[in-house]
Design a protein around this ligand. Structure first.
Ligand code: GTP
Ligand code: MG
Length: 236
Protein backbone atom coordinates (compact mmCIF):
# COMPACT_ATOMS: atom_id res chain seq x y z
CA UNK A 1 0.00 0.00 0.00
CA UNK A 2 1.37 3.40 -0.99
CA UNK A 3 2.11 6.29 1.34
CA UNK A 4 -0.54 8.30 -0.49
CA UNK A 5 -3.19 5.77 0.53
CA UNK A 6 -1.86 5.54 4.07
CA UNK A 7 -2.18 9.29 4.56
CA UNK A 8 -5.96 8.85 4.74
CA UNK A 9 -5.60 6.31 7.54
CA UNK A 10 -4.34 9.13 9.79
CA UNK A 11 -7.70 10.94 9.55
CA UNK A 12 -9.26 12.11 12.79
CA UNK A 13 -12.13 14.43 13.57
CA UNK A 14 -11.06 18.07 13.56
CA UNK A 15 -14.07 20.38 13.71
CA UNK A 16 -17.69 20.91 12.67
CA UNK A 17 -18.52 24.09 10.79
CA UNK A 18 -22.11 25.33 10.77
CA UNK A 19 -21.35 28.83 9.44
CA UNK A 20 -18.71 29.97 6.97
CA UNK A 21 -17.26 32.31 9.60
CA UNK A 22 -16.12 29.19 11.48
CA UNK A 23 -13.98 27.76 8.66
CA UNK A 24 -10.44 26.85 9.74
CA UNK A 25 -8.13 29.77 9.05
CA UNK A 26 -4.97 27.78 8.42
CA UNK A 27 -4.35 27.63 4.66
CA UNK A 28 -4.08 23.83 4.42
CA UNK A 29 -5.04 21.75 1.39
CA UNK A 30 -8.63 20.48 1.51
CA UNK A 31 -10.53 17.80 -0.39
CA UNK A 32 -14.33 18.05 -0.17
CA UNK A 33 -16.80 15.17 -0.48
CA UNK A 34 -20.01 16.34 -2.14
CA UNK A 35 -23.10 14.71 -3.55
CA UNK A 36 -26.80 14.28 -3.11
CA UNK A 37 -28.21 13.00 0.14
CA UNK A 38 -27.70 9.29 0.63
CA UNK A 39 -25.12 9.02 -2.18
CA UNK A 40 -22.67 7.47 0.25
CA UNK A 41 -20.32 10.35 1.19
CA UNK A 42 -19.91 9.46 4.85
CA UNK A 43 -19.59 5.74 4.08
CA UNK A 44 -16.88 6.51 1.51
CA UNK A 45 -14.92 8.61 4.01
CA UNK A 46 -15.07 5.80 6.55
CA UNK A 47 -13.84 3.14 4.16
CA UNK A 48 -11.15 5.36 2.64
CA UNK A 49 -9.86 6.22 6.10
CA UNK A 50 -10.28 2.66 7.42
CA UNK A 51 -12.35 3.94 10.33
CA UNK A 52 -15.74 2.42 11.01
CA UNK A 53 -17.48 5.47 12.42
CA UNK A 54 -15.35 8.49 11.64
CA UNK A 55 -18.10 10.10 9.59
CA UNK A 56 -21.69 9.28 10.48
CA UNK A 57 -23.42 7.20 7.84
CA UNK A 58 -27.15 6.78 8.13
CA UNK A 59 -30.18 5.24 6.53
CA UNK A 60 -32.09 8.49 7.00
CA UNK A 61 -30.98 10.94 4.31
CA UNK A 62 -29.84 14.39 5.34
CA UNK A 63 -27.90 13.09 8.30
CA UNK A 64 -24.83 15.23 7.67
CA UNK A 65 -26.03 18.83 8.14
CA UNK A 66 -22.80 20.72 8.62
CA UNK A 67 -19.28 20.69 7.19
CA UNK A 68 -17.23 18.13 9.11
CA UNK A 69 -13.45 18.55 8.93
CA UNK A 70 -11.12 15.58 9.37
CA UNK A 71 -7.42 16.30 9.87
CA UNK A 72 -4.72 14.33 8.05
CA UNK A 73 -1.07 13.68 8.91
CA UNK A 74 0.98 12.44 11.84
CA UNK A 75 -1.28 12.92 14.89
CA UNK A 76 1.68 14.21 16.94
CA UNK A 77 2.18 17.08 14.51
CA UNK A 78 0.10 19.86 12.98
CA UNK A 79 -2.27 18.56 10.25
CA UNK A 80 -1.05 18.55 6.64
CA UNK A 81 -4.55 18.85 5.19
CA UNK A 82 -8.25 18.19 5.65
CA UNK A 83 -11.01 16.03 4.28
CA UNK A 84 -14.35 17.83 4.38
CA UNK A 85 -17.68 15.97 4.55
CA UNK A 86 -20.45 18.24 3.27
CA UNK A 87 -24.24 18.07 3.71
CA UNK A 88 -26.08 16.13 1.03
CA UNK A 89 -28.46 17.99 -1.26
CA UNK A 90 -31.54 17.29 -3.27
CA UNK A 91 -33.46 14.91 -1.08
CA UNK A 92 -37.16 15.56 -1.61
CA UNK A 93 -38.17 14.81 1.99
CA UNK A 94 -35.82 17.45 3.34
CA UNK A 95 -37.89 20.54 4.19
CA UNK A 96 -37.34 23.70 2.14
CA UNK A 97 -35.69 25.41 5.06
CA UNK A 98 -32.98 22.76 5.25
CA UNK A 99 -32.48 23.00 1.48
CA UNK A 100 -31.97 26.75 1.78
CA UNK A 101 -29.46 26.02 4.52
CA UNK A 102 -27.54 23.78 2.13
CA UNK A 103 -27.33 26.59 -0.38
CA UNK A 104 -26.13 28.83 2.43
CA UNK A 105 -23.50 26.47 3.74
CA UNK A 106 -22.61 23.73 1.25
CA UNK A 107 -23.09 25.98 -1.77
CA UNK A 108 -21.28 28.99 -0.40
CA UNK A 109 -18.45 26.82 0.92
CA UNK A 110 -17.81 25.52 -2.60
CA UNK A 111 -18.23 28.95 -4.14
CA UNK A 112 -16.15 30.94 -1.71
CA UNK A 113 -12.93 29.52 -3.14
CA UNK A 114 -10.51 29.89 -0.26
CA UNK A 115 -7.70 28.73 -2.51
CA UNK A 116 -7.33 25.65 -0.27
CA UNK A 117 -9.61 23.32 -2.22
CA UNK A 118 -7.31 20.94 -4.14
CA UNK A 119 -9.99 18.64 -5.44
CA UNK A 120 -13.62 17.62 -5.10
CA UNK A 121 -14.85 14.08 -4.66
CA UNK A 122 -18.28 14.01 -6.31
CA UNK A 123 -20.33 10.97 -5.31
CA UNK A 124 -22.96 9.72 -7.72
CA UNK A 125 -25.22 6.79 -6.85
CA UNK A 126 -24.80 4.29 -9.71
CA UNK A 127 -28.57 3.74 -9.90
CA UNK A 128 -29.44 7.45 -10.00
CA UNK A 129 -26.85 8.87 -12.40
CA UNK A 130 -26.19 12.61 -12.58
CA UNK A 131 -28.91 14.98 -11.46
CA UNK A 132 -29.61 18.65 -12.12
CA UNK A 133 -28.41 19.45 -8.60
CA UNK A 134 -25.08 17.76 -9.34
CA UNK A 135 -24.72 19.95 -12.40
CA UNK A 136 -25.52 23.11 -10.40
CA UNK A 137 -22.94 22.06 -7.83
CA UNK A 138 -20.23 21.60 -10.43
CA UNK A 139 -20.99 25.12 -11.63
CA UNK A 140 -20.36 26.45 -8.12
CA UNK A 141 -16.79 25.21 -8.25
CA UNK A 142 -13.81 27.17 -9.45
CA UNK A 143 -13.58 26.04 -13.11
CA UNK A 144 -10.22 24.32 -12.76
CA UNK A 145 -10.94 22.33 -9.59
CA UNK A 146 -10.27 18.68 -10.48
CA UNK A 147 -12.99 16.12 -9.80
CA UNK A 148 -12.85 12.54 -8.60
CA UNK A 149 -16.24 11.09 -9.50
CA UNK A 150 -16.98 8.10 -7.31
CA UNK A 151 -19.79 6.07 -8.81
CA UNK A 152 -21.07 4.64 -5.55
CA UNK A 153 -22.94 1.50 -4.55
CA UNK A 154 -21.54 -0.28 -7.62
CA UNK A 155 -22.25 -3.54 -5.76
CA UNK A 156 -25.96 -3.00 -6.47
CA UNK A 157 -25.44 -3.77 -10.17
CA UNK A 158 -23.72 -6.45 -12.25
CA UNK A 159 -20.43 -5.73 -14.01
CA UNK A 160 -21.93 -5.00 -17.43
CA UNK A 161 -24.43 -2.51 -16.03
CA UNK A 162 -21.74 -0.88 -13.90
CA UNK A 163 -19.63 -0.14 -16.96
CA UNK A 164 -22.65 0.95 -19.02
CA UNK A 165 -23.70 3.45 -16.32
CA UNK A 166 -20.13 4.65 -15.95
CA UNK A 167 -20.11 5.37 -19.67
CA UNK A 168 -23.41 7.30 -19.41
CA UNK A 169 -22.00 9.38 -16.54
CA UNK A 170 -18.85 10.06 -18.54
CA UNK A 171 -20.98 11.29 -21.43
CA UNK A 172 -23.16 13.43 -19.15
CA UNK A 173 -20.09 15.11 -17.66
CA UNK A 174 -18.83 15.84 -21.16
CA UNK A 175 -22.25 17.30 -22.03
CA UNK A 176 -21.90 19.61 -19.01
CA UNK A 177 -18.68 20.87 -20.52
CA UNK A 178 -16.34 19.08 -18.08
CA UNK A 179 -13.09 18.37 -19.88
CA UNK A 180 -12.24 14.64 -19.65
CA UNK A 181 -8.86 15.37 -18.05
CA UNK A 182 -10.59 17.31 -15.27
CA UNK A 183 -12.65 14.37 -14.00
CA UNK A 184 -11.41 10.92 -13.01
CA UNK A 185 -14.21 8.33 -12.84
CA UNK A 186 -14.02 5.40 -10.44
CA UNK A 187 -16.56 2.63 -9.89
CA UNK A 188 -16.82 2.51 -6.11
CA UNK A 189 -18.37 0.38 -3.39
CA UNK A 190 -17.88 1.03 0.30
CA UNK A 191 -19.44 -2.38 0.91
CA UNK A 192 -17.08 -4.38 -1.34
CA UNK A 193 -14.18 -1.89 -1.13
CA UNK A 194 -14.19 -1.48 -4.90
CA UNK A 195 -12.13 1.47 -6.12
CA UNK A 196 -10.85 2.31 -2.64
CA UNK A 197 -7.13 2.12 -3.47
CA UNK A 198 -7.46 4.26 -6.58
CA UNK A 199 -9.59 6.89 -4.82
CA UNK A 200 -7.35 7.05 -1.74
CA UNK A 201 -4.28 7.45 -3.94
CA UNK A 202 -5.82 10.36 -5.86
CA UNK A 203 -7.00 12.13 -2.71
CA UNK A 204 -3.62 11.64 -0.97
CA UNK A 205 -1.89 13.04 -4.05
CA UNK A 206 -4.11 16.13 -4.03
CA UNK A 207 -3.41 16.78 -0.36
CA UNK A 208 0.36 16.32 -0.69
CA UNK A 209 0.58 18.18 -4.01
CA UNK A 210 1.89 15.18 -5.93
CA UNK A 211 0.84 13.77 -9.27
CA UNK A 212 -1.31 10.66 -8.86
CA UNK A 213 -0.24 7.51 -10.66
CA UNK A 214 -2.67 6.45 -13.37
CA UNK A 215 -5.50 4.03 -12.75
CA UNK A 216 -3.56 0.91 -13.71
CA UNK A 217 -0.90 1.53 -11.07
CA UNK A 218 -3.32 2.55 -8.32
CA UNK A 219 -6.22 0.22 -9.01
CA UNK A 220 -7.35 -2.24 -6.41
CA UNK A 221 -7.66 -5.02 -8.96
CA UNK A 222 -11.23 -4.05 -9.76
CA UNK A 223 -10.51 -3.29 -13.37
CA UNK A 224 -8.36 -0.86 -15.24
CA UNK A 225 -10.40 2.13 -16.31
CA UNK A 226 -9.43 3.09 -19.82
CA UNK A 227 -10.44 6.76 -19.70
CA UNK A 228 -9.12 7.67 -16.25
CA UNK A 229 -6.40 10.26 -16.23
CA UNK A 230 -3.95 11.36 -13.63
CA UNK A 231 -5.04 14.87 -12.89
CA UNK A 232 -2.62 17.65 -12.39
CA UNK A 233 -2.99 19.93 -9.43
CA UNK A 234 -5.31 22.89 -9.32
CA UNK A 235 -3.33 24.51 -6.55
CA UNK A 236 -1.73 27.91 -6.65
N1 GTP B 1 -24.94 -1.32 -0.98
C1 GTP B 1 -24.26 -0.24 -0.62
N2 GTP B 1 -24.81 0.65 0.24
C2 GTP B 1 -24.08 1.75 0.57
C3 GTP B 1 -22.78 1.98 0.04
N3 GTP B 1 -22.34 3.17 0.52
C4 GTP B 1 -23.32 3.65 1.33
N4 GTP B 1 -24.37 2.81 1.37
C5 GTP B 1 -25.61 2.99 2.15
O1 GTP B 1 -26.28 4.17 1.71
C6 GTP B 1 -26.87 4.87 2.81
C7 GTP B 1 -26.37 6.30 2.86
O2 GTP B 1 -24.98 6.32 3.10
P1 GTP B 1 -24.25 7.60 3.74
O3 GTP B 1 -22.80 7.31 3.69
O4 GTP B 1 -24.84 7.96 5.05
O5 GTP B 1 -24.65 8.71 2.66
P2 GTP B 1 -24.36 10.30 2.70
O6 GTP B 1 -24.09 10.69 1.29
O7 GTP B 1 -23.30 10.61 3.70
O8 GTP B 1 -25.77 10.86 3.16
P3 GTP B 1 -26.10 12.31 3.80
O9 GTP B 1 -25.15 12.56 4.94
O10 GTP B 1 -27.51 12.15 4.22
O11 GTP B 1 -25.97 13.31 2.70
C8 GTP B 1 -26.51 4.04 4.05
O12 GTP B 1 -27.61 3.20 4.36
C9 GTP B 1 -25.31 3.24 3.61
O13 GTP B 1 -25.16 2.03 4.32
C10 GTP B 1 -22.21 0.99 -0.86
O14 GTP B 1 -21.10 1.09 -1.37
N5 GTP B 1 -23.00 -0.09 -1.15
MG1 MG C 1 -23.32 11.90 5.34
Amino acid sequence: MSNLQKLLHTARFHTTVARLAQLPRDPLPEVAFVGRSNAGKSSAINVLCQRKRLAFASKSPGRTQALNYYALGNPDEAPVGYLVDTPGYGFAAVPGEVKAEWDQLGGSYLRHDSGNLRGVVLLIDIRRMITERDRVLIEYLPPTTPLLVLITKADKLGRAEQWANRETIRRELADFGIAPERARLVLFSALKRTGVAEAATQIGAWILGEAAPDAGAAASGEGHSPTATSNGQSGP
